[in-house]
Design a protein around this ligand. Structure first.
Ligand SMILES: [Zn+2]
Ligand SMILES: [Zn+2]
Length: 364
């Protein structure tokens, strides 16, 4: 089958034929229909996130189940699925208490499936899987818990975004920060995930939603997703704009969706007393932030993180699909370009330049 393989950071992915071994017990083979070109893959391409190579990237996928391994009960051949990139065991401490996104029973090695081996190979040499998904390929073998059954009337080139950006953004607001109606919200970074944080805040009934980004085209989209005010820090002081809008008190909830120490500190600074600042992005290795600890005590500010929108995949992903089909959340507006697999490098060039919020790589 055809796949895009990353051999070296900062080099284009190579489109070539790979061998995909059949699913083992507890695994599912999926015909990949579509993937979003998400920023996390870019971190591997640039070398900011170190992964074993060669690797097939892609982790924001949706498709149709083609084959199930022994013991698989939750999906069958022909089911439409969104792919989660975070396997869950269902029995560990975290899974049991309703936080499956924090499941601890993952393999220690990176780039493999749960048993520590890969199903991808070329001429007998193993090729690694990114995030249990590796969806920049015509087919993928994934753990059963990553194949989330969805309704089959949703277009798969829209459903795929629920596998990462839409879930991560809306989940950070609804599941992690639990934004309350009437709250004031600031969002730093308006890429694919940031736009979903914005629409999550709108869905939660936030009052003011301030979108902050350096790119004018992203700020325009932020308005479409529900921002009530946009600020471009290259023209205006973002901290001052937020303080003016909130009469000097700061926002109840700030979200940092860029992942740089500078913007995390800014997001925390614009968070008001008793407010919550949520870090959504994944920072490069070695990044450090520093704060005066007294703001935690004297101002009761909270600084938290959100991984994968604190998702409970089998509950939240079908729900987001329903909300999309009911026109209560937007996905179409996220997609600026559609490419075949051969266009995957171009899709990431556009993402790197900030010219697109999301491209979709579409097989069928
Ligand atoms: Zn678990
Ligand atoms: Zn992603």
């Amino acid at each position: 089958m055809k796949a895009a393989v990353l051999y070296e950071p900062r080099k284009p992915m190579v489109i070539e034929d790979l061998k995909l071994a059949p699913p083992k017990a507890g695994e599912v083979r999926v015909k990949v229909a579509a993937n979003g070109a998400c920023h996390s893959d870019l971190h591997v391409m640039t070398g900011d996130m170190r992964m074993p190579l060669p690797m097939v990237l892609g982790h924001e996928g949706a498709g149709i189940v083609a084959e199930v391994g022994a013991g698989v009960a939750s999906v069958k051949e022909g089911d439409h699925v969104v792919l989660s990139f975070s396997p869950v065991c269902g029995y560990c401490h975290y899974c049991t208490q309703g936080q499956p996104h924090l499941c601890i029973t993952r393999p220690q090695g990176l780039g493999t499936l749960m048993d520590g081996t890969t199903r991808l190979s070329k001429n007998g040499s193993e090729i690694f899987h990114f995030c249990y998904a590796a969806t920049f390929a015509e087919e993928a073998v994934v753990p059963e818990s990553c194949a989330i059954k969805i309704r089959d009337d949703v277009p798969l080139d829209r459903a795929c975004f629920v596998g990462c950006g839409t879930m991560t953004g809306i989940g950070a607001v609804i599941n992690t920060a639990k934004v309350r109606p009437g709250a004031n919200v600031a969002v730093i970074g308006c890429g694919g995930v940031g736009l979903n944080v914005i629409q999550g805040a709108a869905l939660a009934g936030a009052h003011e939603i301030v979108a902050i980004d350096l790119l004018a085209n992203k700020l325009e989209l932020a308005k479409v997703f529900g921002a009530t005010k946009v600020v471009n820090p290259s023209q205006d002081d973002a901290y001052k704009a937020v303080m003016d809008l909130t009469h000097g008190s700061g926002v109840d909830y700030a979200f940092e969706v860029i992942s740089s120490p500078k913007t995390i500190e800014l997001a925390f600074r614009m968070t008001g007393r008793g407010g919550t600042c949520t870090i959504v992005g994944v920072s490069p290795e070695g990044a450090r932030i520093s704060f005066n600890p007294n703001v935690f005590t004297l101002m009761e500010k909270r600084l938290i993180g959100s991984y994968y929108g604190s998702t409970r995949p089998r509950i939240d992903m079908p729900l987001l699909i329903d909300l999309y089909m009911d026109k209560k959340i937007k996905i179409d507006e996220l997609v600026s370009r559609t490419f075949p697999l051969e266009g995957v490098n171009e899709a990431y060039d556009l993402l790197r330049k900030g010219e697109t919020s999301r491209s979709v790589i579409k097989f069928f």
